[in-house]
Design a protein around this ligand. Structure first.
Ligand code: HEM
Ligand code: MG
Length: 261
């Protein structure tokens, strides 16, 4: 009897506490009643069940636990991100947000995304192959670094400026747009070197799934808000450099044309 009892207790202990790194449920894409965001990572975390699978009513607790368990993001950073999420809930007294709230244009969602169309063209929240192909074409080599991340960001802005008559990125969201290019490096890559394996990032965007099966594992050291703001600044500076380089090239081209007259 005691052996049976011990076996039952053990079985229950395993059922109640899955191994620490294991997602709470197997990965499963969104079903018809589930909502998703314009954010590849939040969608992945909902697909894995780190966040509520339906993508609705995400609390501070959900956010801190999910970002900590899945990605080793520290509490202060997770709380800052939660504030960003909740700012998109139209109910100003709300204590939760849903992934679909994040789609509201020019609240947190903005034009010139890396993998989504601009609001002007319709769906601004689901993965768009054509848009992502433009972004990817700037990620040369096996790793994305600060420079290629910035060049991709700058290229998407230029394309949107050219194609979308309503293009704008409000000042209030500009920094987060750089932050989105910093995210994969800081969260999934080597924050000191400023690089991340390209296949992991492509896998995240394309499958909305953590790239565990192709060799990624969560950071061994906690990721802080300062890590994120530092990388965001690096991306912003590199993007401004890319902008200046483009502007110079235009001036040279122009000067060349004048010289021929
Ligand atoms: C994009 C929210 C956490 C990676 C976005 C966008 C929103 C958002 C609203 C869409 C912006 C746009 O492109 O128009 C949030 C919130 C988070 C969170 C509220 C936490 C509570 C993360 C984390 C990562 C991440 C931890 C780590 C990899 C990205 C990336 C994009 C993005 C790479 C750019 C997608 C694109 O431009 O196509 N996020 N995010 N996010 N997020 Fe998140
Ligand atoms: Mg967008």
């Amino acid at each position: 009897f005691s052996l049976f009892f011990a076996a039952t207790v053990l079985a229950q202990a395993f059922a109640l506490s899955p191994p620490a790194d294991h997602p709470p449920v197997p990965w499963r894409p969104a079903g018809p009643n589930d909502v998703r965001a314009p954010c590849p990572m939040l969608n992945a975390l909902a697909n894995h069940g780190y966040l509520p699978h339906d993508g609705k009513d995400i609390s501070e607790d959900h956010t801190v636990t999910a970002l900590g368990k899945a990605l080793n993001i520290d509490k202060k950073f997770a709380l800052a991100l939660f504030q960003n999420g909740i700012s998109a809930n139209p109910d100003k007294n709300a204590t939760t947000f849903s992934l679909s709230d994040l789609t509201r244009h020019n609240v947190v969602e903005h034009d010139a995304s890396l993998s989504r169309q601009d609001f002007y063209f319709g769906n601004d929240h689901t993965f768009n192959r054509e848009v992502f192909e433009e972004t990817r074409s700037y990620w040369k080599g096996s790793h994305i670094d600060v420079k290629s991340a910035a060049e991709a960001r700058q290229a998407r802005v230029k394309t949107s400026q050219a194609m979308n008559p309503t293009f704008e990125i409000p000042e209030s969201i500009l920094t987060s747009s750089y932050g989105e290019s910093a995210f994969p490096i800081v969260v999934m890559g080597d924050k000191a070197a400023g690089t991340v394996q390209k296949t992991w990032v492509e896998y995240l965007f394309e499958n909305e799934r953590l790239p565990t099966e192709i060799g990624w594992s969560k950071a061994t050291n906690e990721i802080s808000y300062d890590d994120f703001t530092d990388m965001t600044k690096r991306i912003q500076e590199a993007t401004e450099q890319a902008q200046n380089a483009t502007a110079k090239a235009c001036v040279v081209k122009h000067a060349g044309r004048h010289a021929r007259h």
